[in-house]
Design a protein. Structure first.
Length: 75
């Protein structure tokens, strides 16, 4: 028995695939899609920089412990 494709554990039906194909064949509103935006929202007028610190194993352990205590992620 072949496995069925799912999205968020919900099976994808032949009707849904046909609807997606019809939508694609009709064309998309590119301007509307671009308006939605992607990624995280900005934090100000200027672009943010990503900083990658180097941490020891002990520092990572302390960071993870604090994050767990405060109910936060490592980030």
């Amino acid at each position: 028995m072949a496995e069925r494709e799912t999205i968020d554990e919900t099976p994808v039906t032949e009707e849904q695939i046909a609807a997606w194909a019809a939508e694609a064949e009709a064309g998309y509103d590119v301007a509307g899609l671009k308006k939605r935006g992607r990624g995280r929202p900005g934090r100000g007028a200027e672009p943010s920089q990503v900083v990658a610190p180097r941490l020891t194993t002990d520092e990572i352990g302390a960071l993870d412990a604090r994050a767990e205590r405060e109910g936060k992620s490592r980030s």
